[in-house]
Write a protein that binds this ligand. Structure first.
Ligand code: URA
Length: 470
C-alpha cells in the first residue's frame, strides 16, 4: 500500500502531481491511501513513484477542471474518488461525457458543493478595518467555510481588493495579502478583531432593505444558511426581523397610501349611507390589507372597484395601470379614456356600471424612471378572484362585461380564443358574462386596423346595452 501525504496548503498541486506519478507508474486505486493533513497528526508517506514530466500523462481537460475544485471538498474520500475516475479514464475517455455514470455524478455533486461554498464565502465574508494607519488600508476577517475553499477563492479577493492589505482567517488556512503578494499560512482560532464602525451602518442598511411582506424564511435560510450568521454583524437583526415581520406588514398596510384623500372622504360618506355597510366595509378593509399575492409590495396602493353598489352591469378589466395605481381609481388612464369615448358612442353610461379589475394591484417592471406594465399571471389572477367574487356577491349585477384575456380567465376560467368568443354571453357560476377585448388592445393595434377594431368594440358594447334593456 502506498501512502500519499497531502498538505492543507497547496493540496491541489500535491494531489495532481502525486496522481500523475501514480497513473504513470500504473498503481491501481486500491493500492493508494491518500493521507490528507486534517490537523490530527503527523503526515507520513511511503516512497512515492518518481515525479513525472508534465504532459506525459494525457488527462481530459474537463476532468482537470472538475478535479481542481473537488480536492477542496471536505469529503474524506474525495482524493480516492478522483483517482478512481482518473484510473478509469485511462481506458475509457468517454466517461466524462456520461451523465448517468454514478461515480461522475458523485464527483459533480462534490464540485457543485465547493462552488456553492465559494460563492457563500464571497457573499458573507465581513472584513473589519484594522486602522493600522499605514499607506495601505488593512482589513481582517474571520470565516468558517463548509469546505476548504479559502485557498482557491483567495485570488478572487486579491483581484477585488488589490489596493488594500487584508487577511482572511479560517480554522483551516489563513490567506494573507500584503503589498500585492498573496501567501497562505496555517489556520487559527477565531482572532479578536476590533469593532468596526461600518458594522452599525451595514446593520441599518440591512434592516432597511428588509421587506417583511416578502419574508420567506425557508428561501432566506437557504440563501444565507444560519451557520454563517454568527460571523455576519447584520445577521444579529434577523431573528427580531422575522419575529416582528407580521406586525410590520400590518403596520405597513395601515400606513400605506391608499385612496387619494378626497376620495377617502367621499367613499366613507357613501359607506355610511349604504344599506350593507358591514359587507362593503369588510371588502374595503380586506382589499387595503391584502397580501394574498406579492403584487401588493411594489404597487402604490390597491385599486378597488367604483360605481353604484347595486349596478345592473359590472365591468371587469385586467388590472390598474400606472395612472390608476397613482389615482387609486380604475380606468382613469389612456385605456379608460378610450373606453369612455367608445362607451358613449354605444350609449353605455359608465357611471351606471360598477367598474373594477380582475387584479387589484398594478404589476409592473421598473425600467429607469418608467414603470412598464406586466401581465398578471394565473396565480395572481386566482388570488384576486376572491375579491372579484366578493364584489359580484355584493353588487349582484344582471350582467358582467369581461374586457380582455385576464378578465375572461378570472370569470370563465379560460382566456383562450377570446377573439372567437367575444360578442357573446357565457354562462358561468358568477352569472352571465359577456366577453370582449380590452381597450388597451385597441390602443396597441397599428393605426390602419384601429377603426374597424374600435367599431367592433362599440358593437359589443351596444349588444351589452341591448341585453340590459331586454
Ligand atoms: N386597464 C385595466 O384593465 N384596468 C384599469 O383600471 C386600467 C387599465
Amino acid at each position: 500500500m502506498l501512502t500519499v501525504p497531502l498538505p492543507r496548503i497547496g493540496t491541489w498541486d500535491a494531489w495532481r502531481d502525486a496522481a500523475r506519478a501514480c497513473i504513470a507508474a500504473r498503481i491501481p486505486p486500491e493500492d493508494i491511501l491518500w493521507n490528507y493533513d486534517d490537523g490530527a497528526g503527523e503526515l507520513f508517506a511511503t516512497a512515492l513513484p518518481p515525479p513525472i514530466v508534465r504532459g506525459t500523462v494525457k488527462v481530459p481537460a474537463d476532468f482537470v477542471d472538475m478535479a481542481r475544485w473537488v480536492v477542496w471538498h471536505s469529503d474524506p474520500q474525495r482524493f480516492a474518488r478522483l483517482y478512481a475516475m482518473l484510473w478509469r479514464l485511462r481506458l475509457d475517455k468517454g466517461v466524462m461525457a456520461d451523465r448517468a455514470d454514478p461515480d461522475l455524478a458523485k464527483l459533480r455533486q462534490l464540485e457543485k458543493a465547493v462552488h456553492r461554498c465559494k460563492h457563500k464565502m464571497r457573499a458573507f465574508v465581513r472584513f473589519r478595518d484594522l486602522r493600522t494607519g499605514g499607506p495601505r488600508r488593512s482589513f481582517a476577517a474571520w470565516f468558517e467555510p463548509t469546505h476548504h475553499t479559502l485557498e482557491p477563492n483567495a485570488p478572487f479577493f486579491a483581484r477585488r481588493f488589490a489596493d488594500m492589505d487584508w487577511m482572511i482567517v479560517t480554522p483551516d488556512v489563513t490567506a494573507d495579502f500584503k503589498d500585492g503578494t498573496l501567501t497562505f499560512h496555517p489556520g487559527q482560532t477565531k482572532p479578536d478583531l476590533p469593532d468596526d464602525a461600518t458594522e452599525e451602518l451595514w446593520g441599518t442598511y440591512f434592516k432597511n432593505i428588509f421587506n417583511p411582506a416578502r419574508l420567506k424564511v425557508k428561501a432566506m435560510t437557504s440563501e444565507m444558511p444560519r451557520k454563517y450568521w454568527k460571523n455576519m454583524p447584520e445577521a444579529q437583526h434577523i431573528p427580531d426581523m422575522i419575529a416582528n415581520a407580521e406586525a410590520r406588514v400590518r403596520d405597513m398596510a395601515m400606513a400605506a397610501p391608499t385612496l387619494a384623500p378626497a376620495r377617502v372622504a367621499r367613499i366613507r360618506e357613501q359607506l355610511q349611507d349604504t344599506p350593507q355597510p358591514a359587507s362593503w366595509n369588510l371588502l374595503t378593509a380586506g382589499l387595503h390589507d391584502c397580501t394574498r399575492c406579492p403584487l401588493h409590495g411594489p404597487a402604490t396602493q390597491v385599486v378597488p372597484g367604483t360605481g353604484p353598489q347595486n349596478a345592473p352591469l359590472m365591468i371587469v378589466g385586467e388590472q390598474p395601470g400606472d395612472a390608476e395605481d397613482l389615482a387609486g381609481m380604475p380606468f382613469v388612464g389612456p385605456a379608460g379614456q378610450l373606453f369612455d369615448q367608445l362607451a358613449q358612442q354605444a350609449g353605455l353610461d359608465r357611471r351606471q356600471a360598477y367598474v373594477t379589475n380582475a387584479v387589484k394591484h398594478f404589476k409592473y417592471e421598473q425600467r429607469g424612471k418608467r414603470r412598464i406594465h406586466q401581465n398578471p399571471d394565473t396565480p395572481e389572477i386566482e388570488h384576486c378572484r376572491f375579491w372579484v367574487e366578493t364584489e359580484i356577491r355584493l353588487v349582484k349585477p344582471r350582467l358582467i362585461l369581461a374586457m380582455g384575456g385576464t378578465a375572461a380567465e378570472s370569470l370563465t376560467g379560460s382566456r383562450k380564443d377570446l377573439l372567437k368568443r367575444r360578442g357573446k354571453v357565457e354562462d358561468t357560476p358568477h352569472g352571465p358574462v359577456f366577453l370582449t377585448v380590452h381597450p388597451s388592445y385597441l390602443l396597441r393595434l397599428p393605426s390602419h386596423l384601429k377603426p374597424d377594431a374600435q367599431d367592433a368594440f362599440v358593437n359589443d358594447l351596444r349588444a351589452v346595452v341591448a341585453k340590459l334593456a331586454a
